[in-house]
Design a protein around this ligand. Structure first.
Ligand code: G6P
Ligand code: ZN
Length: 578
């Protein structure tokens, strides 16, 4: 192995600290930069902030300073991203610092491209020590917009809070960067480049991931559906990373027509778009599905390919319903042929999944917002299918949510239901599947109101105010026609490692099962985003065919008045409703 010996220097800003097998490693003095604390998933800032001198380098070095040496020395790391602006420069910086800290080899997606689920898949398949994702997920990209970086661990899951807290601590005391003096690596060609005993291998971003998906799903079954003349499919890659996967998977492997992929080329600024697959930001796709004679199935994915939105003809599947329907229909997916170990959702996600778990008698878990909380349950063999209201759905085939997996899961369900249908026979549609599900399990009406980029002060005060109400509340308190069962600020104890996280969202749960939940987003890059989640259960099928906004109106009004949201935030209307 290479030993790095520090030599002292006072005059030159950069000092050679070692020359292990042909690479020169420079010690560059640096100073702590404030505000490098990671949120729900990684560090996200305006790209201009990241482009400031040493901003990214400091964080990467702080990360290496936080990991036990056996987690990276001579180890294997994966690096990729969603193709956004600044990824190319960032990749070179990360490679040099990794080499400077004694990493043995880095696998980089060609052109720096790897979706978040693909990074997770590659880490697992190649038995890497971990990996970096260069993405601000669904946040816009380009010189004026956002950039982000996330570190995933050896089983492919986002680094736990114990590590991200350490990284933050180290950003506050950092004094030295260890940077290898190696030339920029050409990321446009697949192949290995060696620098002494450090090497970089540029890999195809699709193959390991696709190989895994082929073991999860019955590709022939899906192909049968996609090649039917009476089934029309459309996938909107939103000019984000899924564009690199859509053609190889949906077109080349599964026989979809080339024109079923829209916005399929990843662009540094996502074509000026906001690559978040929801009813607001994927409006073009929504309009296509709601038009007369629109397609039968529509889906979109976000910047880094982990989120998904599923649409049927004139029909939107809420993410909370989506995971419940997938969990109830696993017979369509070969990966689950030996059974489902357990189900889980994040706390604000609707209780639709709970009802499936109950009926199928499966272990069930409610975790805080953030995919990282599912990882331990999966590693312990307790969890197979999980989802979040924030358009995340996935399984234990990897340790991230997976947009293309969700699309393939839905296509499998529709294909399975229709596999014996003759040409001309009416197919079971996406809305048929969801409505049948509601008829069986009841419908959990659900909506989320987002108030983006609020003043942090007002938003924090609102949460404080709500916590105060919670502390004084008791079962039986009346809120209009709703009777309180309990109110709290969600605390989670990880059943696997016993770790505890608190203050994960203020919730008011009423005796009829209705819930109002408030929390501040952990993924924004400016100000505070207030999220209000509203849910109401309706067992009677005669009342299922109502617009969610209409069914939930009384509870939404209550949520806004109880929190004095308008006073605290100054906002009359939410910026996004899902
Ligand atoms: C990311 C995370 C998810 C989380 C979502 C919303 O996509 O991976 O696990 O649910 O952000 O987080 P936020 O804190 O913005 O509500
Ligand atoms: Zn994402």
């Amino acid at each position: 192995g290479s030993t790095i010996r520090a030599t002292s220097s006072s005059s030159s800003p950069s000092t050679t600290i070692a020359e292990p097998e042909g690479i020169k490693i420079n010690s560059i003095p640096t100073k702590p930069i404030e505000g490098q604390k990671t949120g729900t998933s990684g560090l996200r800032k305006k790209v201009k902030v990241f482009m400031q001198e040493n901003y990214l380098a400091n964080w990467i070095q702080a990360l290496f300073n936080s990991l036990p040496p056996e987690d990276y020395k001579n180890g294997l790391l994966v690096l990729g991203g969603d193709g956004r602006y600044f990824n190319r420069e960032a990749a070179q910086i990360i490679i040099k610092i990794a080499a400077g800290n004694g990493v043995g080899k880095i696998l980089v997606g060609k052109e720096g491209i790897l979706s978040t689920p693909a990074v997770s898949a590659v880490i697992r398949k190649q038995k890497a020590n971990g990996g970096f994702v260069m993405s601000a997920s669904h946040n816009p990209g380009g010189p004026e917009y956002d950039w982000g970086i996330k570190f995933n661990y050896s089983s492919g899951q986002p680094a736990p809070e114990s590590i991200t807290d350490k990284i933050y601590g180290n950003t506050l005391s950092i004094s030295e960067l260890k940077i290898a003096e190696v030339p920029d690596v050409d990321l446009s060609k697949v192949g290995v480049t060696k620098f002494g005993n450090f090497s970089v291998e540029v890999i195809d971003p699709v193959s390991d991931y696709l190989e895994l998906l082929e073991t999860v799903f019955d590709f022939q079954l899906i192909k049968g559906l996609l090649s039917r003349p009476d089934f029309r499919f459309i996938f909107d890659a939103m000019h984000a990373v899924s564009g690199a996967y859509a053609k190889p998977i949906f077109v080349d492997k599964l026989g979809a027509s080339l024109d079923s992929i829209s916005n399929g080329i990843p662009l540094e600024d996502f074509g000026h778009g906001h690559p978040d697959p929801n009813l607001t930001y994927a409006k073009d796709l929504v309009n296509i599905l709601y038009a007369e004679n629109g397609p039968d199935f529509g889906a979109a994915s976000d910047g880094d390919g982990d989120r998904n939105m599923i649409l049927g003809k004139s029909f939107f599947v809420t993410p909370s319903d989506s995971v419940a329907v997938i969990a109830a229909n696993t017979e369509a997916i070969p990966y689950f042929k030996d059974g489902v170990k357990g189900l889980a959702r994040s706390m604000p996600t609707s209780g639709a999944l709970d009802r499936v778990a109950e009926k199928l008698n499966l272990p069930f878990f409610e975790v805080p917002t953030g995919w990282k909380f599912f990882g331990n349950l999966m590693d312990a063999g307790n969890l197979s299918v999980c989802g979040e209201e924030s358009f995340g759905t996935g399984s234990d085939h990897i340790r991230e949510k997976d947009g293309i997996w969700a699309v393939l899961a839905w296509l499998s369900i529709i294909a399975h239901r229709n596999k014996d249908k003759k040409p001309g026979e009416k197919l079971v549609s996406v809305s048929d599947v969801v409505k049948e599900h509601w008829a069986t399990y009841g419908r959990n009406f659900f909506s989320r109101y987002d108030y983006e980029e609020c003043e942090s002060e007002g938003a924090n005060k609102m949460i404080e105010y709500l916590r105060d109400i919670v502390s004084k509340s008791k079962a039986g308190d009346k809120y209009g026609s709703y009777v309180l069962q309990f109110a709290d600020d969600f605390t989670y104890t990880d059943p696997v490692d016993g770790s505890v996280v608190s203050k994960q969202g203020v919730r008011f749960v009423f005796t009829d099962g209705s819930r109002i939940i408030y929390r501040l987003s952990g993924t924004g890059s400016a100000g505070a985003t207030v999220r209000v989640y509203i849910e109401q259960f309706e067992p009677h099928v005669s009342k299922h065919d109502v617009e969610a906004q209409i069914a939930l109106k009384p509870l939404i009004d209550l949520a806004i008045s109880v929190s004095k949201l308008k006073d605290f935030t100054g906002r009359e209307q939410p910026t996004v409703i899902t």
